[in-house]
Design a protein around this ligand. Structure first.
Ligand SMILES: [Fe+2]
Length: 260
């Protein structure tokens, strides 16, 4: 059987969440593309960054089957108990310490058990345990419990993302990068059969700088003035990628970036 998974890049604030919900856009896009599952990065889905229970629930309601996190997941204290209770909203698996919630979810689509793993990078990011060792441990621990595995690697450095993808090429079906909010032009199938893109891009308003009002970012970067980041509005779009996977072999058979 061929299983299609749609990955959607970082949904930013109300513009990002509402864009996916309006007119049931995410659900309709899944149908149009024949996607069995949608995985949406939601670490910035609350206004002002971070994630709240309400923004996570809104993404699930819009059609996300799994919501992944990143470096801003713990920005709001209120999300911690929600993460503890949710089996569909993830935080990175390799966060240090005893962080609430889970970094893996196993969801079933058309009879196939899909293991979704959320990881965070170490390069130019806050301290984290090794994503390489963590993923090895998770795959070993979950062996026999899933048919295909897919990874959202939330990281800054393109080299770290690509290195992880090459290390696990052929061991997982898909690896996508998130966090930079800029979609890369390298959606591909690696030699071992893993579908890969360095970064999915972002979902929400593309009129500012990575989802933030342009003036606020310039104040911060040029004038070095304290500036509260405020979300931009207008020019909404969703950036992501669609992967088709042969569930018998676990190999990705098509990989394409999408904008909708
Ligand atoms: Fe991030």
């Amino acid at each position: 059987m061929i299983l299609k998974i749609l990955f959607v890049g970082d949904a930013v604030g109300t513009p990002g969440v509402e864009y996916l919900s309006r007119g049931r856009l995410l659900s309709e896009t899944k149908k149009k593309l024949g996607a069995h599952l949608a995985v949406v990065n939601g670490e910035n889905s609350a206004d002002g960054n971070g994630m709240t229970a309400a923004s996570a629930e809104a993404l699930l309601f819009a059609g996300a089957d799994v919501v992944t996190g990143g470096n801003h997941t713990a920005r709001r204290a209120e999300i911690l108990s929600y993460l503890e209770d949710s089996d569909r909203v993830l935080r990175p698996s390799n966060l240090p310490g005893d962080f609430p919630g889970s970094g893996v979810a196993c969801v079933t689509a058309d009879g196939a058990r899909v293991l979704v793993v959320n990881l965070i990078g170490q390069t130019y990011m806050d301290p984290a345990n090794s994503p390489f060792e963590t993923l090895s441990r998770i795959l070993e621990r979950e062996r026999g419990e899933y048919d295909i595995a897919a990874v959202d690697f939330h990281a800054e450095a393109t080299s770290e993302k690509y290195a992880l993808a090459r290390m696990f090429d052929g061991k997982v079906s898909v690896i996508v990068g998130t966090h930079t909010h800029v979609q890369t032009a390298d959606c591909q199938i690696l030699p071992g059969g893993t579908g890969y893109i360095t970064d999915l891009g972002m979902t929400g308003s593309h009129s500012g700088v990575l989802g933030v009002k342009t003036e606020r970012v310039i104040d911060r970067l040029v004038k070095h003035l304290p500036a509260k980041f405020e979300g931009s509005t207008g020019c909404e779009a969703a950036h992501g990628a669609l992967f088709a996977i042969d569930t018998e072999s676990g190999r990705c058979i098509s990989a394409e970036s999408v904008v909708f």
